[in-house]
Design a protein around this ligand. Structure first.
Ligand code: F0G
Length: 457
């Protein structure tokens, strides 16, 4: 059979409500033209993020009912710790409330002003946490990552030659650690190959610099390795994931993505000294080491999900459903980033809106127009998220790509709902010259995409 079906039944539903175009025009104006600031009940199909938005399984709910809510040392924590150790193979397991909390703990515990962190591509919150302690994050994406005509299957790779040069030229101890974000989330949701993780691991070992994974979407990365890296075509996703983790010194991650959690984050480390330093920060900022600010029921749900997220028929469906959305857009001529990843489809804002200069934020303006046209909410990983303003010179540095992202929540939307979203984008593409540019009204220096406001330019 060629149709890939959802490998589950839906027995609990949540109604969604259609708004009128006039209502949406008012709502987006009241939200300062920032889709992130819209009340979610006025969104028809919410593709703003795949984070914390998963549908839970009956197994997750039933394990939550049996949770132990003891303040410390709960049975639920031990179950979580056992499941994490069995999969990740790292001794020290430190839960926290979400991904950026893990980034904050690591940054405070391990980084000093002037330190450098190399990465394939850091997610915006990771970069902000690194910078908040005076250290610097430097991206070294593989050259194919910014070539929109390239169909290279592992555009998430780190540029190993660049990493080698960086490690060789930095002074002793200046590179505190190296990060591989799997899958990356700024230039198309692209995976990292196992060969690339191996090469980075080997270089880091030679220079005695620890290698960490930002593993928010490691299960999807593992499945894309299975599909695209011939040496692993017969491996189970779980075996591939274990191989990925065996090559690194630790992991930090949001458990709200592949982790199928509505909240949750995690740090795993091999090194006891680093784990001690992180634990001190954890106690100050997150909670006791056996909870990290999570309820026992969260830990139960997450422990169960560590199994579900690597289920092959689930991952097969996941890739098929995101790919179908991407293909529908591609076939209609919409400029999408290829190859398609797993968690989202990214649209090239500059190519979609060639009439808008970078200052008028093409991908962001496209995201706003899509909501007004259809009630579909998307987000941006482009000029707003990654643009930098130098107040001394009054000039902007725009990122290599200005993308609008349609992120697909896990196990939530049906095929026809995603078809609707595709149709909405395609209809908008037919009248793309009508999309009006926007300019900033309010822009905080850090993480503007969450709170900035805009007005028509
Ligand atoms: N790392 C990556 C690769 C992410 O995509 C995110 C969050 C984080 C870290 C931070 O995790 O949200 O749990 O604090 N990404 C969300 C998104 C916000 O929409 O892509 P968090």
């Amino acid at each position: 059979m060629k149709t890939v079906i959802e490998p589950f039944r839906i027995r609990m539903i949540e109604p969604i409500v259609m708004t009128t175009r006039e209502e949406r025009e008012r709502l987006i104006r009241e939200a300062g033209y920032n889709p992130f600031l819209l009340p979610a009940e006025h969104v028809l199909i919410d593709l703003v993020t795949d984070s914390g938005t998963s549908a839970l399984s009956t197994r997750q709910w039933s394990s939550m009912l049996g949770a132990d809510e003891s303040f410390t040392g709960s049975r639920s924590f031990y179950r979580f710790q056992d499941a994490v150790r069995a999969l990740f193979g790292h001794e020290y397991v430190l839960p926290c409330h979400q991904g950026r909390a893990a980034e904050n703990l690591l940054s405070r515990a391990l980084l000093r002003p002037g330190d450098i962190v190399y990465a394939n591509t850091l997610f915006s919150t990771t970069r902000a946490n690194i910078e908040s302690v005076g250290a610097e994050g430097r991206d070294l994406p593989t050259p194919e990552a910014t070539d929109s005509s390239s169909l290279f299957p592992f555009k998430g790779n780190i540029d190993t030659a660049g990493l080698e040069r960086g490690l060789a030229s930095a002074g002793e101890g200046r590179v505190r650690f190296v990060v591989l974000t799997v899958t990356e989330n700024s230039r198309g949701g692209q995976p990292v190959s196992l060969a690339n993780i191996e090469a980075a691991s080997e270089a880091c070992r030679r220079y005695k610099v620890p290698l960490l994974l930002d593993a928010a979407r490691f299960a999807e990365n593992a499945f894309l390795i299975k599909l695209k890296e011939p040496a692993y075509k017969d491996w189970a996703p779980r075996e591939i994931a274990r191989r990925m983790f065996s090559l690194v010194d630790g992991v930090f991650m949001s458990l709200k993505k592949d982790g199928l959690g509505n909240s949750g984050g995690l740090i795993t480390l091999k090194d006891r000294d680093w784990a001690e330093k992180v634990r001190v920060q954890l106690l100050v900022m997150e909670g006791v080491p056996s909870a990290g600010g999570l309820a026992g029921r969260d830990l139960e749900s997450l422990a169960t999900a560590l199994d579900e997220m690597l289920n092959e028929s689930y991952l097969d469906y996941r890739i098929a459903s995101t790919g179908r959305l991407g293909r529908a857009l591609d076939e209609a001529g919409v400029p999408v980033i290829k190859p398609f990843g797993a968690h989202a489809i990214y649209i090239d804002g500059r190519a979609f809106c060639p009439h808008l200069p970078d200052e008028q934020l093409p991908a962001w303006s496209l995201s706003v127009a899509l909501y007004v046209e259809s009630g579909v909410r998307s987000w941006e990983t482009g000029n707003v998220m990654r643009g930098r303003f130098d107040s001394a010179s009054g000039t902007w540095t725009w990122p290599d790509m200005d993308l609008m992202r349609l992120a697909v929540p896990r196990r939530v939307y049906t095929q026809s709902q995603l078809d609707y979203a595709a149709e909405a984008v395609i209809e908008l593409y037919a009248k793309r010259e009508s999309i009006r540019g926007l300019r900033y009204v309010y822009r905080p220096a850090q993480l503007p995409q969450f709170v900035a406001t805009f007005e028509p330019a």
